[in-house]
Design a protein around this ligand. Structure first.
Ligand code: ANZ
Length: 833
């Protein structure tokens, strides 16, 4: 008789199985060659001091899925690494003077330990950190390939300068009210030279790809679509009255041009100074200066009051010949379109607000189809922005908007004053950073040869150990002469190294591919590995990455495809964005609210399995959850209850399975319950990730088990079947206790095996049907038998069962069935010759 420990003690169980899994290497990918692959990935962490609840949740979700898929027979790749470069380590170094490398290494050790204690099934042999020179050398290698292809270039431009981090940051890192996403300091515009990726060349392709991403949350693809912001429109030239200058505007609504009553330039527009009449100079200059000090987001926000100044100049509408005044205004940006707009206050709300403020005329020219007549301009309360039919629009009057846009663009082209045009809100990705803790950009500046790429053979260009971290905005690398002074790869004469480093979003743009061959010293990753493992099947991470990382890595994947390294366009088939773990008070966990719960102490107190079960049971992956001590305790009680039912039923462990066939009455019902639970749990898991309903199903099964007291060996066999199914299905969620109980119940049968790679159970369809009916079976109209069939059974199923009936068989023997008359739930009649 087996003898189980009476109490559930996770502390004595969890480390033991973690060791066993590790020794057996069960989580190593590539051990099931013939099997289909699945690549499950979670966004890798920035290794700050310790793992927090957000991490614990995302890795628990990915882990449950990876474990499930392994049990379902796939060859699973589930790797982990560290996104280790970046500003936080450098900012911390500024405070306490410790070297970022040292701090990062320490953090990684601590973080890895935290993860291992939760029992995540990672293939740790593939681990790397992006601060390893053996990783970032490939960032440099990619940079050089992209330089060759013209995808990387040096530009002079306006960049977002974070006044806190003292570095350039990407557009995507500027959040509401022009603050730095990371440190919340104000962001200002600065003119700088920088390196940039031509991501805009990929705008259309990135957009088109979104249509194929059917397994991404629509919210994310919509955000990407808006971020790329493709606008179809037209560019049209307005001649400046009395001058040879032309103002080119970009509009998406050229059909409204007969309603244009003024033209607006961005204050920074090069024509602003040239057009302004002497009388208006002082006013205009004052306005331009003020705008230079106001940030773009505040200027153009929908609620921002409309402000502007008249330049004194007039422009000529190329379609109507009408002269309209030229203004400058806060809401027109230099960086979008052509930096100039034709204003149609009747049909554009911003233009209307501006017109009201400065008493400019309002003239409606689009009659909404079927709507009430457009009021006169003076009476218009809100701009009417819908398409409709053109009125008062010269030769275009009467045309529908879309048709008018086509014809008007064609006319502009024909007459040479414009053309159809497509604009994007997406900007090229400036990735120069004036900081230390990043990938050095592999460029050497030679007085004779200019910017020369470092030869591949000299990679990696490693970060010097000596880190003079200034935080003042000058590149720290510029202060390390041993790094800066080098020779030109082309002529060998003295030259200087580039001292900027790469944005850390470069690191995360291709790390998923490095996991395929993390130790490869010849290439970023192997091609046969790419064929085997890519794309990532399921990627789990935070929705906050909708337009940064998740756009950049789609871009990078396309570049890798161009380089022949990968064989499909998209890096990730299915994206799962997990919700937040809030504090017990429903607010985001934060030191400020004092509501932070750390995973470490929870694991100490209740065990990793309880924490994992809580996370998975609280809500489906995409939903936010509130931490709840009561629910965590409830989960611990549930696992203890599971434990105790195994303990209470130890006598069933040794019963042979063949007795199952004899189970009857409530124990046949238990068998049905077991198989229905298998079906229910399985159905919602792989596809829909319904971990919470799966766990609910297991809870019901446990209740059922408590309600029954087995008396015969057939009863015991049914209980054993349920216990085995329970332990097996618990494995993805609470893997340690599941492994322990599975070994208890199956004992010598599974001695050297591990549940972590055991097959997932399958249900017996006959036991799953809810209800059965008795159906008469006739042969040539004579009753020859009665059979029990599932209520919902269709003809083929009933016929197959009927043909197996002994008496029916006898009457069919040697005859040909001409026809089968089938009445659902009533009868089946074989007409034979
Ligand atoms: C005239 C017009 C009439 C417009 C109308 C709209 C409605 P999206 O869709 O975002 O591409 N625009 C163009 N360049 C601009 C700039 N640099 N700064 C601010 N606004 C700019 O927006 C295109 C529309 O935004 C353009 O079409 C233009 O206003 C304005 F009934 O032209 B429209």
């Amino acid at each position: 008789m087996p003898s189980m420990n009476e109490r559930y003690e996770p502390k004595s169980i969890e480390p033991r199985w973690q060791r066993r899994w590790d020794e057996a290497g069960v989580f190593r990918a590539g051990r099931r060659e013939g099997a289909e692959k699945r690549y499950v990935l979670e966004m890798f962490p920035y290794p700050s001091g310790a793992m927090h609840m957000g991490h614990a949740r995302v890795y628990t979700i990915g882990d449950a899925l990876a474990r499930l898929l392994r049990m379902r027979g796939y060859d699973v790749l589930h790797p982990m690494g560290f996104d280790a470069l970046g500003l936080p380590a450098e900012n911390a170094a500024l405070k306490d003077g410790r070297h970022p490398a040292e701090r990062t290494r320490e953090n990684i050790v601590a973080f890895r330990q935290d993860m291992q204690r939760v029992g995540f099934a990672f293939d740790w042999e593939r681990e790397f950190a992006t601060c390893d020179p053996e990783y970032y050398r490939w960032n440099q290698w990619f940079f050089l390939r992209m330089l060759e292809k013209g995808i990387v270039y040096r530009r002079q431009g306006r960049a977002n300068w974070c006044t806190g981090c003292n570095t350039v940051i990407a557009n995507e890192q500027v959040v509401d009210d022009n603050l730095c996403e990371r440190c919340s300091s104000p962001v200002v515009e600065r003119v700088i030279t920088e390196w940039a990726f031509r991501i805009t060349d990929y705008a259309d392709d990135l957009l088109a790809g979104l249509d194929e991403l059917r397994d991404w949350p629509e919210r994310i693809t919509t955000m990407q679509r808006n971020w790329i912001g493709r606008s179809e429109g037209a560019e049209v030239d307005f001649a400046v009255d009395g001058s040879a200058e032309r103002i080119r505007v970009f509009t998406t609504r050229v059909d409204t041009i007969f309603g244009c009553t003024y033209v607006v330039l961005a204050p920074e527009h090069p024509l602003t100074a040239r057009l302004t009449t002497p009388a208006r100079k002082a006013d205009v200059q004052a306005f331009v200066d003020r705008m230079a000090r106001t940030d773009a987001a505040l200027r153009t926000g929908e609620d921002a009051p409309k402000e502007g100044a008249f330049t004194g100049a007039y422009a000529v509408n190329p379609y109507s010949g009408e002269k309209v005044p030229v203004w400058i205004a806060n809401f027109v940006l230099a960086g979008y379109g052509t930096g100039a707009v034709m204003s149609v206050p009747a049909h554009d709300q911003r233009d209307l607000e501006f017109a009201r403020k400065f008493a400019l005329p309002v003239r409606g020219v689009i009659q909404p189809a079927g709507g009430p007549r457009l009021p006169a301009g003076e009476a218009l309360e809100r701009a009417s922005t819908d398409d409709g039919v053109l009125v008062d629009s010269g030769p275009f009057t009467g045309l529908p908007s879309a048709e008018a846009r086509r014809r008007m663009s064609a006319l502009a082209k024909e007459k040479g004053f414009g053309e159809a045009s497509v604009k994007y809100h997406l900007r090229d990705w400036g990735f120069s950073r004036q900081r230390y803790w990043g990938t050095p950009i592999p460029i050497v500046y030679c007085p004779e040869h200019g910017a020369v790429g470092v030869p591949d053979a000299d990679l990696p260009v490693t970060l010097p150990d000596e880190a003079i971290i200034t935080g003042t905005g000058e590149p720290p690398l510029a202060k390390v002469p041993a790094f800066v002074n080098t020779t030109c790869p082309t002529c060998g004469k003295p030259a200087r190294r580039e001292t900027e480093t790469m944005d850390t979003f470069v690191d995360s743009s291709w790390y998923y591919a490095r996991y395929l061959s993390p130790r490869d010293a010849e290439r970023p990753f192997g091609q046969s590995e790419a064929r085997r493992w890519l794309p990532v099947d399921v990627y789990v991470g935070g929705p906050e990455h909708a337009v940064m990382h998740l756009l950049y890595f789609r871009f990078w994947h396309r570049v890798m495809q161009q380089l022949g390294l990968v064989f499909e366009k998209e890096p990730v088939k299915r994206l799962v964005t997990q919700g937040i773990v809030n504090g017990p008070d429903g607010r985001k966990m934060s030191k400020r609210w004092g509501n932070v719960v750390q995973p470490g102490p929870i694991v100490d107190r209740f065990g990793a399995d309880t924490m994992r079960m809580f996370m998975l049971f609280a809500a489906p992956p995409e939903k936010d959850i509130d931490w709840s001590d009561e629910q965590v305790e409830g989960m611990f009680r549930f696992l203890s209850r599971v434990w105790r039912i195994f303990h209470a039923r130890q006598e069933v462990f040794l019963v042979p399975d063949r007795l199952l066939a004899d189970a009857a009455g409530p124990f046949l019902e238990l068998r049905r319950k077991t198989h229905r639970t298998i079906k229910r749990v399985t159905d919602g898991l792989e596809g829909e990730l319904k971990f919470n309903t799966a766990i609910a199903g297991l809870m019901e099964l446990v209740n059922e088990l408590y309600a029954l007291e087995p008396a015969s060996d057939a009863d015991r066999a049914a209980v054993k079947e349920a216990l085995v199914a329970l332990a097996t299905m618990l494995a993805p969620f609470a893997p340690h206790v599941a492994e322990e109980l599975w070994h208890e119940v199956l004992g010598p049968e599974v001695r050297d095996q591990l549940l972590a790679e055991a097959p997932w159970p399958s249900h017996d369809p006959a036991l799953v049907v809810a209800d059965v009916v008795t159906v008469a079976v006739q042969v040539n109209g004579k009753l020859r038998g009665e059979i029990q069939v599932p209520l919902a059974a269709g003809e083929p199923e009933v016929r197959a069962l009927a043909e197996r009936e002994e008496r029916v068989k006898a009457h069919l023997a040697g005859k040909t069935v001409r026809k089968v008359v089938f009445v659902p739930r009533r009868l089946t009649n074989f007409v034979v010759a």
